[in-house]
Design a protein around this ligand. Structure first.
Ligand SMILES: Nc1ncnc2c1ncn2[C@@H]1O[C@H](COP(=O)(O)OP(=O)(O)OP(=O)(O)O)[C@@H](O)[C@H]1O
Ligand SMILES: [Mg+2]
Length: 520
């Protein structure tokens, strides 16, 4: 039997083929409806309605800014979301991926997601994608290595198609996106500040047609990032800003109770205000959702700190402890251990009597007799240090106000040690704890400013000056720097010695020339 395929007759005037229904199905063994669809497919009813789709299919209630983000992805080729911490950014991005793939024809839609680290890709965004897919029983399967396959009847079936994947930026080379030729491409860049420009350029080569969409979403913590550029007016991106004060627990927006519990709370914001200070770069980005003003006088740039958080050093050296003893009320007693650049908090206490502090430090020293402990012996720490020394423990007196080894270049030891720490960060020799372990440390390190004095020597902002700027005492930052500082028989590790030598050579053509005219 031969098939006669007639053009679909919209006006109902042409005769029906004998034995077929009005669309011509049945008689000839060819599904004319499917064929017609192929040439002029009826769009999925929710193709342009992400909010309704997410609500009805995934059963998720999106608060107003989340809805605005989804609507922007539908309407704009490029959407950038700079947002405070914990506003539901990654959740929204994951819902967008599900909507995209579920409402476009298989084989024509593809989603690519990226974030600075593999953990952010697979444990955050793809966790949400996997949860949403299984909750709504969406077609296909998602894997633990951040892939989504659709089609095929069994796993590994040759008809199975890869419809989405997540990668970290270093997995992409220049041809990173070659091979993706779908009509509908969605690219999600999570934690967009930490993603390099090269990747944005690669995304541009992928998102060439009018149907493509790019969603870059993140906390605006680095004003030196490419994300900052895309968030500027006139960049061609539709920019959505989310401050903590826009979120339902502040505005009173009516959302389900469980969402109130998941999103930022006023208590969280109050605590951060106290712990970080309203003027700290971390507060500006994590609470206000704005790029902080990080100028040249910021000692440790956000990108430097982020890189150190992402670095993974083995941490198997004996190393040394750095211990800062709290002075009063809100300050903290902190001890960090630096093990070959891998630095982690080992002790923390607040509002603690110095005799208890002495006991705690003594215990640490006894547990690790070969690991010297550098103790801030100025002010309240003096008694603690004296006591530990009297017990014959392996302690070293630290005094930041003493003369620097390189007294021509640094106002005092504190300035020299902070500068050495900055150079160690620049050289990729420092592995800092992630935010989830110690978010206050990076907040403190990122707040510290430096300047040159009238003699052209480097100085670091004092604790008192920081307090005047409304910032808390940088106890954690100081303890970490002490854990890196040499002195009292503690010698520099070889890499640091090499750096010190190199620095000696290039000292006079100082990299600080741009600040020569400035005094604090
Ligand atoms: N509309 C929603 N419905 C249900 N759960 C939600 C919703 N929005 C966010 N969540 C949940 O709230 C938590 C925080 O959301 P998410 O991780 O997306 O925030 P974020 O802004 O990406 O946070 P971060 O600043 O850490 O990157 C997650 O557990 C997420 O599943
Ligand atoms: Mg997130």
């Amino acid at each position: 039997m031969t098939a006669t395929i007639t053009e679909p007759d919209l006006f109902g005037s042409s005769p029906e083929p004998a034995g077929a229904d009005w669309l011509g199905r049945g008689e000839v063994g060819i599904d004319l409806e499917a064929l017609a669809e192929q040439y002029d497919p009826t769009p999925h009813p929710y193709r342009d309605a992400p909010v309704d789709w997410v609500h009805e299919e995934l059963g998720a209630y999106m608060w107003s800014k989340q809805r605005a983000i989804l609507e922007s992805v539908q309407a704009n080729r490029y959407t950038a979301v700079k947002s405070c911490h914990d506003s539901g950014k990654s959740f929204t991005a994951a819902q967008a991926v599900c909507w995209w793939l579920a409402t476009r024809p298989l084989g024509e839609a593809f989603a690519v997601t990226t974030a600075p680290t593999w953990n952010q890709v697979h444990a955050i965004l793809w966790r949400e994608i996997r949860k949403a897919r299984s909750r709504a029983d969406l077609p296909g399967r998602t894997t633990l290595d951040a892939r989504w396959y659709m089609g095929g009847r069994v796993i590994g079936d040759e008809d199975e198609q890869l419809v989405a994947y997540g990668r970290k930026p270093s997995d992409y080379d220049q041809d990173g996106f070659q091979g993706i030729h779908a009509k509908y491409v969605l690219v999600v860049i999570d934690e967009a500040c930490g993603v390099p420009k090269l990747l944005y350029d690669a995304v541009d080569t992928l998102a060439t047609n009018e149907h493509a969409r790019v969603l870059a979403i993140g906390n605006p913590d680095d004003p030196g990032s490419h994300f900052e550029k895309v968030c500027r007016p006139g960049s061609g991106w539709n920019v959505i800003g989310v401050s903590a004060f826009d979120t339902p627990n502040f505005t009173g927006e009516d959302v389900p109770d469980e969402l109130h519990d998941l999103l930022l709370s006023p208590t969280w914001v109050d605590e951060r205000k106290r712990r970080w200070g309203e003027t700290s770069p971390t507060y500006v980005s994590k609470v206000l959702g704005e790029f902080p003003d990080v100028s040249d006088d910021t000692l440790l740039a956000p990108a430097l700190l982020r890189a150190a958080q992402e670095l993974d050093l083995p941490g198997n050296a004996l190393g040394q402890f750095g211990a800062d003893v709290a002075r009063m009320g809100t300050d903290e007693t902190m001890v960090y251990r630096n093990r070959g650049g891998h630095v982690r908090q080992v002790y923390r206490a607040a509002k603690q009597d110095t005799t208890v502090t002495t006991g705690a430090f003594a215990k640490l020293c006894r547990q690790h007799p070969k690991v010297p402990m550098q103790v801030d012996a100025v002010g309240v720490g003096a008694g603690v240090y004296d006591n530990l020394r009297a017990q014959g423990l392996n302690v070293v007196e630290y005094s930041g106000g003493r003369a620097a080894v390189d007294a021509k270049r640094f106002v005092n030891k504190r300035a020299e040690d902070y500068w050495n720490f900055r150079e160690a960060l620049e050289a990729g020799e420092v592995d800092l704890p992630p935010d989830s372990e110690d978010e206050d440390l990076v907040a403190q390190l990122g707040s510290i400013k430096w300047a040159l004095d009238s003699k052209g020597r480097i100085k670091i902002e004092s604790k008192d000056d920081m307090k005047k700027r409304g910032l808390p005492s940088p106890d954690r930052a100081d303890a970490v720097v002490m854990a890196f500082a040499r002195g009292g028989g503690i010698s520099l590790p070889t890499a640091a010695k090499d750096r010190a030598k190199r620095r000696g050579k290039r000292r006079r053509r100082s990299e600080t020339a741009d600040l020569m005219s400035k005094e604090m």
